[in-house]
Design a protein around this ligand. Structure first.
Ligand code: UD1
Length: 419
């Protein structure tokens, strides 16, 4: 068990390199199964969810070894089509292995995935799309027995642009005969990264980043070397850290085009956000103003994953900001913890109303989920005195070293590992 100790009240001044994107690397690790070959993923972040993916790959008979900051995966010896319930429950992205294993072996046994508790997180869209491609799915004792001797490409229309379903279906479609078109596909930059990876392996995929992704399946895939995109949510977290603490930071590798809505909200609140070819700079010299209403939505809308960190940045702003969470049903679990620091937040259903307060005080708080936990670190930077942040294992799922990064940015933050 470890804690983060954050002493607030110190303006930031520093720079940091943004790690590779968790939400890009996880589906890519599942996609390595398609190749039956060696893949080298450069700039792969060392995260708990990446460890889980490695354990899944090894449990399937594949090899995965770190070589510095590169992860070398060899899926040639894949000899198992089942993922244990324990591994499935460790993260949401375990579900993406389903499409890849089916495409490679024609059968797969999995149970329902775990992940952050943000309200119900069904995988019905994944399963109905896989059925449409020709998969027979039987559920028995919590296990989904899936068989697909002949996946066949066709048009799939998602009823909502689910990121995970789009990825799962892209992977299955690579192993299907003929053309699959996924309509109402998610448009997140991580989908584009997955497409680029698949193309580097020899797949014929086009359209990612738009609502229609076309996969011409049945091609033999091969290994490749690939560098995944920088993590836009980690970058959003550190932009919000700067907004909360004041001062100036430079985030090497961060791409503003992935962060337009977050940068825009911060500018409206009074920060100066600029970018050059190499990264994004943020400066905040005064008390922030409240932001316009923040409505989360699928990309290119405001990311639900950045809702909590932006809220943390605005806790001491002048005025009132309305948040509307439209992607997940239960994504305000960080609010009670922020209230312990003196925040004024009222939640009613999907809406949270944040009224800026003059001061926050450091407190003992508990991470409730990955981004909510990161948001507590951000809030702690603007609180007087020390905050102790518990249950940091949630944060470890998505941040390589949040305390080290915040220190590089000039904050007083340390991780303490308890017995
Ligand atoms: C991914 C991201 C997560 C982010 C989310 C939304 C990864 C590893 N995780 O999660 O960080 O918060 O996108 O940007 O990339 N839904 C259904 N049925 C389904 C699938 C989804 O009803 O079969 C619903 C979900 O419950 C949720 C909404 O659709 O309310 C969006 O979910 P989705 O886009 O699938 O998110 P994830 O892929 O789980």
């Amino acid at each position: 068990m470890s804690q983060l100790l954050v002493r607030g009240g110190r303006p930031l001044d520093g720079e940091v390199t943004i790690q590779g994107a968790k939400n890009s690397v996880l589906p890519i690790l599942a996609a390595t199964v398609l190749t039956g070959d060696q893949v080298v993923l450069r700039g792969c972040p060392r995260l708990r969810d990446v460890d889980t993916s490695i354990r899944i790959l090894r449990s399937l008979g594949c090899q995965a070894e770190w070589e510095g900051d590169a992860l070398a995966v060899d899926t040639a010896a894949l000899n198992c089509c089942a993922i244990s319930d324990i591994l499935m429950r460790e993260m949401r992205s375990s579900a993406i292995f389903l499409g890849a294993i089916l495409a490679r072996l024609g059968q797969a046994d999995i149970s329902y995935p775990g992940g952050c508790e943000l309200g119900p997180r069904p995988i019905d869209l994944h399963l109905s799309g896989l059925r449409d491609l020709g998969t027979d799915i039987r559920e028995e004792g919590g296990v989904l027995h899936c068989t697909a001797p002949h996946l066949t490409g066709r048009e799939l229309v998602l009823s909502l642009p689910s990121v995970g379903a789009t990825e799962n279906l892209m992977l299955a479609a690579c192993g299907a005969e003929g053309t699959t078109v996924i309509s109402n596909a998610a448009r997140e930059p991580e989908i584009v990264d997955l497409q680029e990876f698949l193309k580097a392996c020899g797949a014929d995929v086009a359209g990612a980043g738009s609502s229609s992704v076309t996969i011409r399946g049945g091609r033999p895939l091969h290994g490749c070397e690939f560098r995944c995109m920088p993590d836009r949510i980690v970058a959003a977290t550190y932009l919000c850290a700067c907004a909360a603490a004041g001062g100036g930071v430079y985030l090497r590798n961060a791409r503003e085009r992935h962060l337009a809505t977050v940068a825009d909200a911060l500018r409206k609140a009074g920060c100066t956000v600029t970018s050059d070819g190499g990264g994004i700079a943020c400066r905040c010299r005064r008390r922030l103003r409240a932001a316009r209403p923040v409505r989360t939505a699928p990309y290119p809308g405001f990311p639900t994953d950045a809702q909590a960190v932006l809220m943390a940045a605005l806790l001491k702003s002048r005025g009132t900001t309305v948040f509307e969470e439209n992607v997940f049903a239960n994504r305000y679990r960080h609010v009670d913890e922020m209230t312990r620091m003196g925040a004024d937040i009222r939640v009613a259903g999907r809406v949270a109303v944040v009224t800026g307060v003059e001061r926050l005080s450091g407190a003992a708080v508990r991470c409730t989920d990955l981004r909510g936990g990161a948001a507590l670190c951000v809030a702690a930077l603007s609180a007087d005195g020390e905050s102790r942040i518990f249950e940091t294992s949630h944060i470890d799922r998505g941040y390589e070293d949040i305390a080290g990064d915040l220190r590089a940015l000039g904050a007083d933050a340390v991780r303490v590992d308890n017995e």
